[in-house]
Design a protein around this ligand. Structure first.
Ligand code: ZN
Length: 319
């Protein structure tokens, strides 16, 4: 029997009205100057990743979820539950909210999940900011302020810088601002309710659709009740390991490698994105060169692995 390898992936780019060309810094060939999202690790039907190495080369994550569930530790569920994206916000994204699982299933189809997400800020221009939360204290007040377009009063803005991390549970009012590149770890969902889109028009002169009823239904009240999230860092000889988040849907870690560090599996499987540097991944007796812009899954059959080099990675695993 051959040893199971890490699953290295190639994935889809998505053009967006707010996108740019910063993702070429990851070594990607971009077909446009309006690339907003790279769905780096995805089993979602709107942009599925394909394995590029080993015995599963050419298979998508959705194929493997269906026919090789053992790679995912036989986790239950209709769909691969996680999605990792890199976003280039050259302009503001719409101000938006995502539903929870129950609302998504009821209103968007039985296989659509809700969307809790989180952001690791890869880079941010000096005055970059995000919308994170709102000021309404009742659903009536929220509806009144949305319908009156009182955005300056309603939306809470926060300045951001590279290296910060934000947890955005379903129900949170949010928008990523201009001049920010983020790695997003989220539930595998493509349901977004737009609250406000800055009255922007696309190249054809069209406004994008808003979803005010669904937004008013799903926004958390009061809107400034944001989760507190403490990160913690452990220092080792060859690595700094930071726990960015433990949530009901996923855990997220930052691994900074400066030398060599060995890991032991602590969850069913692990998603990994290389954000900086170059080095090596050793697993099941094989060695793989890795570099900035690579994304891979460590399947359930990899119990131990070693990373060496100078690297910054973001890892996540299901709950
Ligand atoms: Zn969002």
């Amino acid at each position: 029997m051959t040893m199971v390898e890490p699953l290295f992936l190639k994935s889809d780019f998505h053009e967006k009205i707010w996108g740019g060309n910063h993702l070429k810094d990851f070594g990607y060939d971009l077909s446009s100057d309006k690339i907003g999202e790279y769905w780096a690790i995805s089993g979602h039907r709107n942009g599925i990743s394909t394995v590029v190495n080993g015995e599963f080369s050419g298979k998508t994550i959705a194929d493997l979820w269906k026919s090789h569930r053992e790679l995912f530790g036989n986790q239950e569920g209709e769909v691969f539950p996680l999605l990792t994206k890199i976003l280039d916000a050259n302009d503001w994204l719409s101000v938006q909210v995502h539903p929870d699982d129950a609302y998504a299933r009821l209103h968007e189809g039985e296989y659509e999940l809700g969307k809790t997400e989180c952001w690791y800020i890869i880079s941010a221009e000096p005055d970059a900011e995000i919308v994170y939360g709102h000021t309404a204290t009742s659903r009536e007040e929220l509806a009144q302020m949305i319908n009156a377009g009182e955005w300056d009063k309603l939306l809470k803005k926060t300045p951001v810088k590279a290296g910060e991390f934000y947890y955005v549970p379903s129900g949170t009012m949010h928008a990523i601002g201009a001049g920010i590149v983020v790695l997003e770890t989220q539930q595998s969902s493509d349901t977004t309710y737009r609250v406000y889109d800055f009255d922007r028009r696309d190249d054809n002169g069209n406004l994008r659709e808003l979803h005010l009823k669904q937004s008013i239904d799903t926004l958390t009240i009061p809107g400034d009740k944001l989760p507190s999230n403490e990160t913690k860092t452990e220092e080792f000889a060859g690595a700094s390991i930071t726990t960015l988040l433990k949530s009901p849907f996923f855990d997220v870690y930052k691994w900074q490698i400066h030398g060599s560090h060995s890991f032991e599996k602590s969850s069913l499987y692990t998603l990994v994105s290389v954000l900086e540097g170059a080095g090596e991944l050793e697993a099941n007796g094989q060695t793989f060169e890795i570099k900035k812009g690579d994304h891979f899954i460590l399947p359930a059959q990899i119990e131990k692995w070693t990373l060496s080099g100078n690297l910054i990675l973001i890892a996540s695993n299901p709950e």
